[in-house]
Design a protein around this ligand. Structure first.
Ligand code: IMP
Length: 430
């Protein structure tokens, strides 16, 4: 398939990075279409751990051209930190192999300050944002006050950035937050403009030509389905289109590109969420500690971007079916199966109960999950450590049964199962 779209089927942090890494070995382009440095994609290659926030994780493969689409919001400070980190690890993110859309929006320190001030003003009802300025940058985009990468190419760029900081200062003042110095931001961003110039292009033209030439474009969604601004647990969502259709508008691809697309949904073998908002299958106590891990391993359940402990729970099949429909998922990659080893029983939420009625699907999407009570199916657990397993047939029968049931609930087959953080700790189901 020329277009392969990898999306998170839950609240993000499904382990998309390592799944992208597997597909990227066979692709020509690795493209991101949404979000900014709120994302955190981890890929482990031997002793090297790559934690990427903005640059598509496929870049680790030498044949890949990385693309950052118009649907993204880009903090140039993070971008160049990442370019440097990759360089030290021997991975080039030079303009020859990384192209950024002229229509992507910039994130500035004013957006970050506003994000934090707005969260503080929300008090207890806060969203639990990453504080990276994502919401304010997309707000500026929608209200037509945004600053795009193309603006960096204009002689009046500094003035534009200065106006944007002065505008934001007015809101910061109303929120009793510290204001920023427009001249200082202007100076910093003038430097970034120089460095960014060779990266900026119309990536839509390049991707269109690549598809026509039969190249494989691996598209990497950030966050997850349930954080989508339209289809997620609104208002506890991020501000972009995280779902697969967002790949078209976020990269400048026409609908025809979708006719040849394959959508791979990445789903953790259980469920996690970072930040506020509903979570029907959430667990607490010892089981939560067990699923989350102590934080001593980089792949324990602590945010890659913020370090916050993630909330954890049983896999929610109702929400997974919803993700399959909204994204058009054709196959699943299940991650972190190894974490469930050793549990006496494993539970899967198959349906919800509301007012005594059993519901297989949500009535109005996942925004208001409060009144729904999860209905679980219990399956026997397995004691065996599965981290060394590389073939489906070698998985313990109970683990196979759990995965088969998960696939049955989702209504789509499983293609990959990850059993550890290392690149090769993967089971491919033929
Ligand atoms: P924002 O994207 O920083 O505005 O945060 C909005 C919500 O999305 C918060 O609940 C964040 O914790 C969550 N969020 C944003 N990015 C990610 C991610 O990459 N993984 C998981 N949650 C995320």
């Amino acid at each position: 398939m020329p277009l392969q779209v990898i999306v998170g089927a839950q609240w993000g942090d499904e382990g998309k990075g390592r799944i992208v890494d597997w597909f990227a070995g066979r692709a020509d382009y690795s493209a991101r279409y949404n979000g900014g440095d709120n994302a955190g994609h981890t890929v482990t290659v031997g002793k090297q751990i790559f934690k990427l926030h903005l640059i598509p994780s496929g870049i680790i493969h030498p044949q890949i051209v990385a693309v950052l689409g118009n649907g993204m919001v880009i903090n140039p400070r993070t971008l160049f930190d990442e370019v440097e980190t990759l360089k030290k690890a021997g991975v080039s993110a030079a303009p020859e192999r990384m192209h950024i859309s002229y229509a992507a929006h910039l994130i500035t320190p004013a957006h970050q300050a506003l994000d934090k001030a707005l969260e503080a003003a929300r008090g207890k009802g806060n969203i639990g944002t990453t504080g990276r300025g994502i919401g304010p940058a997309y707000t500026d985009k929608a209200t037509r006050h945004g600053v795009r990468l193309a603006d960096m190419l204009n002689p009046d760029f500094c003035e534009r950035i200065g106006d944007h900081v002065a505008d934001t200062n007015r809101t910061l003042k109303m929120l009793a937050a510290a204001e920023l110095d427009p001249a200082a931001v202007c100076d910093e961003y003038r430097g970034y403009a120089e460095r960014l110039k060779p990266y900026i292009s119309d990536v839509s033209i390049e991707l269109d030509a690549a598809i026509k030439a039969g190249r494989v474009i691996l598209v990497e969604g950030a966050q997850g389905t349930l954080l989508d601004v339209d289809f997620g647990t609104y208002p506890f969502v991020t501000s972009s289109s995280t779902t697969a259709p967002g790949a078209l508008t976020g990269l400048g691809l026409g609908l025809e590109a979708a006719s040849d697309a394959q959508v791979i949904g990445v789903v953790k073998a259980f469920q996690t969420r970072v930040g506020s908002g509903p979570f029907p299958t959430e667990v607490s106590g010892d089981l939560a500690l067990r699923l989350r891990g102590s934080g001593s391993n980089p792949w324990d359940e602590y945010g890659t971007t913020t370090g916050r402990p993630r909330r954890v729970g049983w896999l929610d099949g109702v929400l997974l079916r919803y993700a399959v429909r909204i994204n058009g998922i054709s196959e699943l990659a299940v991650t972190k199966l190894d974490i469930l080893s050793g549990l006496e029983i494993v539970r899967l939420c198959t349906t919800y109960k509301r007012d005594g009625k059993t519901l297989a699907d949500l009535e109005f999407g996942p925004a208001d999950l409060g009144p729904y009570e999860p209905v679980y199916e219990e399956l026997p657990g397995w004691k065996e450590d599965v981290s060394g397993v590389r073939r489906w047939a070698d998985l313990p029968p109970a683990a196979q049964a759990y995965l088969e049931r998960l696939s049955g609930i989702a209504g789509v087959p499983i293609r990959l199962v990850s059993v550890g953080a290392e690149r090769e700790q993967l089971v491919v189901k033929e």
